[in-house]
Design a protein around this ligand. Structure first.
Ligand SMILES: NC(=O)c1ccc[n+]([C@@H]2O[C@H](COP(=O)([O-])OP(=O)(O)OC[C@H]3O[C@@H](n4cnc5c(N)ncnc54)[C@H](OP(=O)(O)O)[C@@H]3O)[C@@H](O)[C@H]2O)c1
Length: 165
């Protein structure tokens, strides 16, 4: 079975973005994201694709979800719904849903695992948020915490949640 994993960085108040961009620059989290996703398929919404400064992420199969049947994106596979994208990954060991908030909302009920980077800050004026992680549905299976440093402006926690069976 292909493990369906969500990967996200969210603040204490579930904020993930504003005005089509991220709310922070956290190189440690970008490295963590790269380490986990390289060599795998990543699935994203069209707006998240639009936010990528250099387009498709290298060394990964990029799938972009859009309802526009005419759309094409360089070096990406285009799918018109989440299930079609997941079907495309049949036989793979793990596939990563990388956002944004619309896609996370739809993926929460399908996902087996969430890799959450919890950023110790809050952003009341964010316009994109991650859904609540219900403790009745998810258990923490791994956690590591790190302080802010000269490159990473906020303390952060890498937390893995697995769906309770
Ligand atoms: N902190 C993080 O970890 C993180 C990660 C990713 C993104 N973000 C942030 O999240 C924000 C973007 O999130 P968002 O919710 O606005 O947009 P999004 O989820 O990235 O993309 C939404 C778009 O995806 C397409 N779509 C949605 N559901 C679909 C479906 N069922 N079938 C086919 N296509 C579908 C539509 O594209 P069309 O309009 O083309 O039809 C829709 O407009 C940005 O601020 C970004 O920086 C943060």
């Amino acid at each position: 079975m292909t493990r369906i994993s969500i990967i996200v960085a969210a603040s204490e108040d579930q904020a993930i973005g504003k005005n089509g961009d991220l709310l922070w620059r956290m190189p440690a989290d970008m490295k963590h994201f790269k380490t986990l996703t390289t060599g795998h398929t990543i699935i994203m919404g069209r707006k998240t694709f639009d936010s990528l400064p250099k387009g498709a992420l290298p060394n990964r199969t990029n799938i972009v979800l859009t309802r526009n049947p005419e759309a094409t994106f360089a070096n990406c596979i285009v799918c018109s719904n989440l299930q079609q994208a997941l079907d495309h990954c049949a036989g793979e060991d793990e596939v990563f849903i990388i956002g944004g908030s619309q896609i996370y909302e739809q993926a929460m009920k399908l996902a087996d695992r969430i890799y959450l980077t919890r950023v110790d800050a809050s952003f009341p004026d964010a316009d994109a948020r991650f859904p609540m992680i219900e403790p009745t549905e998810w258990q923490v299976t791994d956690e590591a915490s790190f302080p802010a440093d000269e490159k990473n402006p906020y303390a952060y926690h890498f937390i893995t949640y697995d769906r309770l069976s």
